[in-house]
Design a protein around this ligand. Structure first.
Ligand SMILES: C[S@@+](CC[C@H](N)C(=O)[O-])C[C@H]1O[C@@H](n2cnc3c(N)ncnc32)[C@H](O)[C@@H]1O
Length: 241
């Protein structure tokens, strides 16, 4: 895994974009910037198990370098599911395809270059949308979730993970301080942390837990619960009845 030193470099992308340089270090960036990244993938596998049946299709929208789908293909291999990962970054999709080959999962896992906001989705049993809704313009989010809801079969499941904000300033600052400390403990310097935060300003726009739950309910999801929270990172499960 290439170590993420991107923001020690004066040519780091600003504003932030998912280009080739980011794709090169992205696996390390996810591990060191998203608390409990691996655990959420494991939990997703456990959560999906009772919902999926042989031959079902699972999407990962904003799949990046493909780690979640490749992990699910291994965890749920008895079910013989089909997996499609979509991402608008060619560099990410190239990495994901390579990874599928390396893990011998290219039969069941396919990665395609697409803008998830205008891609047509086939009927599916589950959709993963992890740390990606936060990169869509706020005004696009409701229509996008409606599209996911329409593609899901009855009983289908959406797994949504997001960085969140609290509208209570003291709580929000507390969460942010703890997150900054997490990044320091992952070996990021103050300069790297500041430069990345500046590059993400107005690019990553987090909603609160309640705002995300409202969006899910408005899209039609009947059952919505959070199944994981680490301060300012939350994962939800939403079910279409
Ligand atoms: C933080 S990463 C997602 C991480 C990934 N879901 C995971 O769990 O490993 C966000 C991804 O969303 C992709 N993305 C952002 N906007 C997109 C869009 N409109 N269409 C497709 N992909 C998009 C980016 O290229 C990037 O790879």
């Amino acid at each position: 895994m290439t170590i993420d030193k991107l923001f020690t470099n004066s040519r780091a992308p600003s504003p932030f974009t998912f280009n080739e340089k980011v794709a090169e270090v992205f696996d390390d960036m996810l591990e060191r910037s998203v608390p409990c990244y691996r655990q959420v993938i494991d939990m997703t596998g456990q959560l999906l198990e009772p919902f999926v049946r042989q031959g079902d299709l699972i999407y990962d929208l904003g799949c990046s370098t493909g780690r979640p789908l490749i992990a699910l293909a291994e965890m749920l291999k008895e079910r013989q599911l089909h997996y499609i990962g979509l991402d608008s970054s060619e560099a990410m999709i190239n990495k994901a395809r390579l990874k599928a080959e390396m893990y011998a999962k290219q039969e069941e896992v396919c990665f395609e270059l697409a803008d998830i906001t205008d891609a047509e989705l086939a009927p599916c049993r589950a959709v993963l949308l992890n740390y990606t809704l936060q990169f869509l313009r706020p005004l696009q989010r409701a229509a996008f979730l409606n599209k996911i809801y329409a593609a899901l079969q009855p009983g289908g499941v959406l797994i949504l993970s997001e960085k969140i904000i609290s509208h209570h300033p003291a709580i929000n600052n507390g969460f942010l301080d703890i997150y900054l400390d997490f990044k320091r403990r992952q070996g990021y310097s103050e300069i790297e942390i500041t430069k990345k935060r500046e590059a993400l300003e107005n690019i990553l726009i987090p909603f609160s837990i309640q705002e995300n739950l409202n969006l899910l309910k408005e899209a039609g999801f009947s059952g919505c619960e959070s199944f994981f929270q680490w301060f300012n990172f939350v994962s939800f499960i939403a079910i279409k009845q």
